[in-house]
Write a protein that binds this ligand. Sequence first.
Ligand code: NAP
Length: 432
Amino acid sequence: MVNVGHSDNPLRAAIIGSGPAGFYTVNHLLRDPALQVEIDMFDRLPAPFGLVRYGVAPDHPKDKSVAATYDKLARGANYRFYGNVEYGRDIMLEDLKRHYHQVVFATGASDDRHLDVPGEGLLGCHSATEFVAWYNGHPDFTNRQFDLEQENVVVVGMGNVALDVARMLCRTGAELARTDIADYAMEALRRSKVRQVSLLGRRGPAQAAFTPAEIRELGELAGADVRVSQQEAALDAVSARALTANPDKNTDKNIACIEQYSRSALTGRDRLVTLRFFVSPTQLLGHADRLTAVRLVKNEAYLGDGGTVRVRTTRQEETLPAGLLFRAVGYRGRALPEIPFDEKQGTIENQRGRVTTAAGVPLNGLYAAGWIKRGATGVIGTNKTCARETVGCMLEDLAADRHLRPDNPAPEAVERLVNTRSQNAISYHDWL
Ligand code: NAP
């Protein structure tokens, strides 16, 4: 038998998920001209590109432009796309093992984390995930309703998603018109009565999870001022000590930008974004099942194990009026049928991308890449390095003859299978 990866016996690889991690895996697999590879990519949605299409904010066209690179790969001779085909429903692990030498799971992190405070079930409380998917036209979310008649909105979290949500809530009609937001969302946001958006960080400015470019962009909104109190913007003694021990340029830039906001005068724009630090929601209050306010407790910092700045609650409480709340406290991966899953991390059990049992034993031919491998961290480009590591393991295993032994690796066999399982499977050309 000819070795796998040669023209007589090309490597047949399946990738589950067509987001950035999936496409960077394709990219790395195609880099070695000596390796003959055929890649089939499956997605439960009809359209490819995952988070680039449904997660990146519509006012960030530069971040979306990577789709052009993915498109080039998708038009290649050794790539096939099967949209509307879901792993665990239309195609099972057993099927993949019959048709492929290697399988990569790149399914991202589609679930969101919860606040775990009383009142989270009140009307008006949503995950940022829902809102982001809604304004990006994700087919599962087009019917969602958000009460944009409310004047006061709270966004819990101090990461890039929290900033995306705040920006989209505050963009003027003219600004929205320059984005590729879904039409229905643009109409709803144009009519919105939202006036105040408060972002709540449980730790301080030095621990904010957003990137400097994103926090600076918040100050460039045409229709909103940014406010933060000088007291909450000031670097606390615990964080100052931690920063001296572990300096970080991006943290310095974030702190400087936040201090700048605290010194700037308001200009009387229609909307106001308030950044709050060292506060945690303890209860969501409502009337007739609808959110009306958020009970907050003030936190104080202390130095935890390994020099991490942690917080504990104080006795100081306050109530913030809010008719709408978005939790933007991070995403979580969703377990996949028959694939070992680390519930605590929300990731597939893996070592450097090789899927393993919970005890750390590698499972032949199975790999993971992207958020489902490492958790929901990093920007789109982080998936390049992540996929490179996974593909490195795949090639190492191939060289050592460690791979699945498909009894029917012919591409036509997969096409026949898919057509019997999914009524509306679509190819890349169909989608174009
Ligand atoms: P994230 O970066 O992990 O930020 C989550 C935020 O929620 C942190 O401020 C965290 O605070 C806070 N948080 C977590 N649990 C909380 C709780 N129980 N109560 C209050 N606050 C809580 O997550 P994300 O914003 O969802 O972003 C996910 C990833 O996508 C990130 O890597 C992000 O950079 C990336 N992304 C990038 C862009 C961009 O490049 N423009 C845009 C969107 C998303 P602690 O730090 O205290 O835990």
